[in-house]
Design a protein around this ligand. Structure first.
Ligand code: ZN
Length: 156
């Protein structure tokens, strides 16, 4: 194991122990909100992930989730929450991040992930070598994608 792998494992462990974004959504009255339940039957992971979006700017103001599952699924949801919160992403930005994450996680260990887009989520690149764990890592991201579609339908 390289020093970098060790660092990444520590980061994943840290996020699974002290998850970011876990809790209830605190949305402003005028916000558009969406919530999605996602289940991964191959591992038993589940998540309810909610977002609140400013109807004017299309920016994600809040993201919160509840869930249970393996450390990869929980750490991945936590890292996703941090990414969305730190950068107050628009719906379009968030879509792009989800796409970049999916590409990385389905790469089977090949290719270079875009760290500028993915931030700490690049720590999960190693998961792409384990086909069985891909759905674990994708759990929160798939839920976010469903929320984004719900909000877009409300804005249309
Ligand atoms: Zn799992």
């Amino acid at each position: 194991m390289s020093a970098l792998d060790g660092l990444y494992q520590e980061l994943i462990l840290d996020h699974s122990k002290r998850p970011i974004g876990k809790g209830e959504l605190q949305a402003a009255a005028e916000s558009l909100t969406a919530s999605h339940h996602e289940f991964n039957p191959s591992c038993g992971d589940e998540i309810d992930l909610s977002i609140a979006v400013d109807p004017e700017t299309g920016r994600i103001e809040q993201l919160a989730w509840e869930g249970q599952g393996c450390s990869i699924s929980m750490a991945s949801a936590s890292i996703l929450s941090q990414l969305v919160r730190d950068e107050t992403l628009t719906i379009e930005d968030a879509r792009e991040r989800v796409g970049a994450f999916r590409e990385m996680i389905q790469s089977r260990g090949e290719g270079e992930p875009d760290e500028e887009l993915l931030g700490d989520a690049v720590a999960l690149q190693g998961v792409s070598k384990y086909v069985m764990r891909v759905k674990c890592a994708m759990l929160g991201w798939v839920a976010l994608e469903a929320d984004l579609a719900q909000v877009e339908a409300q804005r249309a």
